[in-house]
Design a protein around this ligand. Sequence first.
Ligand code: ATP
Length: 260
Amino acid sequence: MLDIEGLVVRYGAREPVHHGVSLEVAEAGVVALLGANGAGKTSLMRAVSGTLPLHGGSVTAGSIRFLGQEVAGANPASVVAQGLVQVPEGRHVFGALTVDENLDAGGITVRSREARARTRRQLFEMFPRLAERRKQRAGTLSGGEQQMLAIARALMARPKLLLLDEPSLGLAPMLVKQIGETVRDISREGVPVLLVEQNAAMALSVAHRAYVLELGRVVLSGPADELARSDEVRRLYLGEESGPRPGEARPVPELDRWTA
Ligand code: ATP
């Protein structure tokens, strides 16, 4: 569904952020993109959603094809119109507007009133706390509720692919778990998700495939359960010592690996 090949993003004349990143998202399931601070995860999301120019950046090499169409360099509105909707990092909601009004804003590109109403009903089933607070101003919601609202607002646009950038950032462990369950529900409802996360444990528990980005390069990729068992990921991202766990024999699972 989404096919990124040889991507290079730059901000002005600075060193490139990526050195030819390639990544694929299938038509179902969750793909996690993991990596430490500064690896280039958010820049990749911006490249896909067409929002890089708003941050002074651009795609200087490579391609981003969505359902066969090139979207690298497209403007954000046309990317949304094609069905690619991003929830940026940082729980951006319209604080002065109510929950309902935020959802209205998310559904603005959907022409059918009936379709908007149906989506809203489904979202209120998925997010009952938002249903209880539909007349409350978004700025007065808790951090977790604001994150749920940011996700729900994006889903109002009925995306074909949802891009989620660090939805767990700054949330308590209980809420991180809820966000993970929400991501799983979204994908079960038929909307594939590209999930950028620093919380590798949560991301790998909900993802089907995962990529690990280091300083602008994909250094590991493969099925999420295999990555979760690999020594390297356990040591670097899950805070565990490497070595076989009790009762478990090597070898380490086969993983695709690029070091280019
Ligand atoms: P984090 O997990 O901390 O959000 P990240 O993996 O998402 O990190 P990016 O935010 O994409 O990484 O940053 C990658 C590199 O690009 C960093 O070196 C960062 O300083 C640089 N960068 C990001 N945004 C800009 C910008 N607007 N202008 C200049 N450089 C930027």
